[in-house]
Write a protein that binds this ligand. Structure first.
Ligand code: 6PG
Length: 469
């Protein structure tokens, strides 16, 4: 067989199959590989008549079909499987061939693989791909990191298949080593935060304003045509419309309230702690999934304690407050995730272009939102902006919405409605924008019981006091 295929893809699950068909739709010849002959045949059947798609279960046939340097993307489960596939491929590869891991791999695994493959003359890219199955088919947001020169070989294909925002492809070379996987990890952390916030607002509208599912649908749909325009708000509107196919009523009311997770949100939080960057809106979103999993304990505890009777609020008033509070907390959540990215960029030498990241998140990915246009501009004005909240561009948006967030958080607290994402966002904002915090007392306590010393406001130096005297 001639070396005539432009792109290879290992792992023909839903994501892999959709991605390869997307590559073929854009005029490239793509070859798939999977250990499962059913998946291989399904791909040949679906894409074969274009003459641009082929597939085989045999790894050598697969590799030999690709033009040099070979560009091989893996869409297989993160973890050990990635290492196994790499080892299986290695005997067939040549110098300068390129392997792209498109899964949600942990960034330190990507660093390890990149160093290992570099010794063998193979380029390795950790490349986040966001947008789910539909995104993979019609245009995902792609976040590649690795060797800059080698990226030039991948670039035409990725730019063709990626989603387009205002005509521009939602893919860019992000930086060396694990930069791409790291950016995708934080993307997912932000995703967790936004999902938590959207669900809290749903609870507030339902319990505090007795919104029906139909009204919830209309409300989220209306928000999606305003400043809250985003994929997550859009699908939330659609979810409230979905009827239950297995019984009476709306599907949303039948879904068990235990949220699962695959780990990327948790990794974001863990790594933020390592870096010393506060991201409480994301942390609490991870914790809430964990609390949600404790369903049986929650049911037992619910029976033990009284909750306040809910004083309902006027629907229109509540709707206005909710739109503002959601917009406020979305901004604060993006601010935290992007703060983490700025810091990680320095810590790990990624040299991230923050505006470029906002730019490639504007379409295709799960956290795509109208707001990202403003975020992009804020970083175009200052790539070293430590935090979005320091951008003059965001001051007015916050001023316009923060009072609503305060009112809703206190209303929720008084009525026993659970809004930790909202209240963490508010508290984070208040703390981050406080010139003075009471942590002077913590320094005094540390020095009192452990001689840990403290600094002073009025003079330079390190001080210790013999407190007990
Ligand atoms: C994306 C998503 C995706 C992620 C799912 C599930 O950008 O397309 O982030 O990569 O795997 O959203 O994540 P959880 O199972 O952890 O919720």
């Amino acid at each position: 067989m001639e070396n005539m295929y432009d792109f290879g893809l290992v792992g023909l699950g839903v994501m892999g199959r959709n991605f390869i068909l997307n590559v073929a739709d854009n005029g490239f010849k793509a070859f798939g590989n999977d250990v499962d002959p059913i998946k291989v045949n399904a791909l040949i059947e679906e894409g074969g008549d274009t003459n641009r798609v082929n597939a085989s279960t045999d790894l050598k046939t697969f590799v030999d079909s690709l033009s040099s340097p070979r560009k091989i993307m893996l869409l297989v489960p993160a973890g050990k499987v990635v290492d196994i596939v790499i080892e299986n491929l290695l005997p067939f590869l040549n110098h300068n061939d390129i392997i792209i891991d498109g899964g949600n791999s942990f960034f330190t695994d990507t660093d390890r693989r990149e160093a290992y493959l570099q010794e063998k003359g193979i380029h390795f890219f950790g490349s986040g791909v966001s947008g789910g199955a539909k995104g993979a088919r019609l245009g995902p947001s792609i976040m590649p990191g690795g060797n800059r020169e080698a990226y030039q070989h991948v670039r035409p294909i990725f730019e063709a298949v990626a989603a387009k925002a205002h005509g521009e492809p939602c893919v860019a070379y992000l930086g060396p080593k694990s930069a791409g996987n790291y950016v995708k990890m934080v993307h997912n952390g932000i995703e967790y935060g936004l999902m938590q916030l959207t669900s809290e607002i749903y609870d507030l509208l339902k319990k505090g304003g007795e919104y029906s599912n139909e009204l919830l649908h209309q409300t989220y749909a209306k928000w999606n045509s305003g400043r809250l325009q985003s994929f997550l708000v859009q699908i939330t509107a659609e979810i409230f419309e979905q009827k239950d196919e297995l019984g009476e009523g709306d599907l949303i009311d039948k879904i068990l309230d235990k949220a699962k997770q695959k780990g990327t949100g948790k990794w974001t939080s863990q790594n933020a702690m390592d870096l010393g960057i506060p991201i409480p809106s994301i942390d609490i979103a991870v914790s809430m999934r964990e609390i949600s999993a404790l369903k049986e304990e929650r049911v037992r505890a619910d029976a033990l304690y009284n909750r306040p009777d809910i004083t309902t609020m006027n629907k229109a008033k509540l709707g206005t407050l909710a739109e503002k509070a959601l917009f406020f907390s979305f901004i604060v959540t993006y601010a935290q995730g992007l703060h983490q990215l700025s810091d990680a960029s320095k810590e790990y030498g990624y040299d991230l272009n923050m505006a470029e990241i906002a730019k490639i998140w504007r379409a295709g990915c799960i956290i795509r939102a109208g707001l990202l246009g403003d975020i992009m501009q804020a970083f175009q004005e200052d790539n070293d902006l430590p935090n979005l909240l320091l951008s003059p561009r965001f001051v007015e948006k916050i001023q316009d919405t923060i009072e609503a967030a305060r009112e809703l958080v206190s209303y929720a607290a008084q009525n026993g409605i659970v809004v930790p994402g909202l209240s963490n966002s508010l508290t984070y904002f208040d703390a981050y924008t406080s010139a003075r915090l009471p942590l002077n007392l913590i320094q005094a306590q540390r020095d009192y019981f452990g001689s840990h010393t403290y600094e002073r406001l009025d003079r330079e130096g390190i001080f210790h006091t013999e407190w007990e005297e």
